[in-house]
Write a protein that binds this ligand. Structure first.
Ligand code: SAM
Ligand code: ASE
Length: 354
């Protein structure tokens, strides 16, 4: 017994399972990106029956050989299942693929995957340079100056719409948890600073029927949100155009800043939070919605990776609850609390004393 353990234990340690797995991490990402881009999951959804590789290849305009290999990998990733019929494999979407990877699903992550594939993946090509230089990589990745962050992120109208679609999709999945992490029902007039497509505003009005939400964002984002995302269906949601570093902000009981502070340096965050503090009346509050790092930085891994993404893509970082509390306190807010949701995004609430 003892002898066997002595022989086997080192053999297991000598096999670098994790490292080999990490080496192929990006291969997995690319399989998902390509299957989405080619429309594999959409083809299976619209057929409403299991399809052969040949049929999927025809529907997506892809080679048979390439399609067969891609479908095999998707099956290995549990995004597709296969059954044998008359000697050939027929493929179906798994429930997860149907819900999250088809374009038309209300919970679709298709647009986020597109943004990951077309933008984030290209930026991450320069991760080593980003770490060395301590700054984002727009110049190398896209040939655009990065002096003004959102001028670089919104380098064309098309890019701006893609970014807005990326921002939009996660709140169908995590939005309810973040808006109900604290009881926000005392706050009737809400301003969502940098509210973008309005997806989180919708979550607010559905969780709190008595509230109204004003989405404050840059003029061209407001125009696009109005036209393509919200289209005036919810009368409790309105808009205000402006620059939150310069222009007057609407009067509100609660200011929401969701994924805003993680874009910016501590100095810019304090500057912005001071303006929020000034705008609010006594008794008002600010809700930060961010992915919180553990206090000792030991995780969650997703947030550690997101912080690197903020390095390659923005001027900011992901932070701990204590770091956000320090920024809020520096701007004058008090009675600061945070709540973890168990999903990606968490909530931090600060108050302006009565
Ligand atoms: N809050 C949204 C969410 O979490 O889905 C969007 C977050 S996105 C990372 C940052 C938002 O801030 C964008 O909608 C962007 O247009 C907006 N923004 C950036 N700079 C701004 C400024 N100076 N004034 C107003 N809005 C700004
Ligand atoms: C930002 C959020 C994101 C700015 C750029 C961004 C996200 C991707 N790119 O405020 C969403 C979070 N996902 C990741 C990988 O960080």
């Amino acid at each position: 017994m003892n002898e066997r353990q002595e022989v086997e234990a080192p053999a297991v340690d000598m096999y670098p399972r994790k490292i080999l797995e990490y080496m192929e991490g990006f291969l997995i990402s690319k399989v998902v990106f390509s299957a989405c881009e080619l429309g594999v999951f959409d083809a299976l959804l619209s057929a409403q029956r299991p399809l052969s590789a040949e049929e999927i290849g025809r529907a997506t305009g892809a080679s048979l050989d390439g399609t067969e290999r891609l479908l095999a990998a998707c099956t290995g990733l549990h995004l597709l299942t296969t059954q044998q019929q008359d000697g050939q494999a027929l493929y179906s979407n798994t429930e997860q693929a149907r819900l999250y990877l088809t374009r038309s699903s209300p919970l679709s992550l298709y647009q986020s995957i597109q943004y990951s594939s077309r933008t984030i993946y290209l930026c991450w090509h320069y991760l080593t340079d980003a770490v060395r230089e301590g700054r984002n990589q727009y110049e190398k990745a896209f040939g655009v100056e990065s002096k003004d962050l959102f001028e670089a992120l919104y380098r064309s109208d098309e890019e701006m719409v893609k970014f807005m679609q990326l921002m939009n999709s996660i709140w169908n999945i995590c939005g309810k948890d973040v808006v109900t992490a604290f009881d926000l029902s005392p706050f009737k007039v809400i301003c969502d600073l940098g509210g973008c497509s309005g997806a989180l505003a919708k979550q607010c009005t559905s969780a709190y029927p008595e509230c109204t939400v004003t989405i404050f964002d840059l003029p061209k984002v407001v125009d696009t949100s109005r036209e393509h995302f919200l289209s005036g269906a919810d009368r409790r949601i309105g808009y205000c155009e402006g620059d939150f570093f310069k222009d007057a902000m609407p009067d509100a009981d609660l200011y929401i800043l969701a994924r805003i502070l993680h874009d910016w340096s501590d100095q810019r965050c304090i500057q912005l939070l001071r303006r929020v503090y000034q705008a609010g009346r006594p008794g008002s509050a600010v809700l930060l919605v961010e992915a919180l790092l553990h206090e000792d930085g030991s995780g969650p891994l997703t947030v550690q990776l997101y912080s690197l993404n903020m390095l390659v893509q923005t001027e900011g970082r992901e932070r701990t609850a204590a770091q956000y509390a320090a920024l809020l306190a520096a701007a004058g807010f008090s009675n600061i609390q945070h709540r973890l949701t168990g999903k990606i995004y968490d909530a931090v609430l600060g108050h302006k004393e009565v």
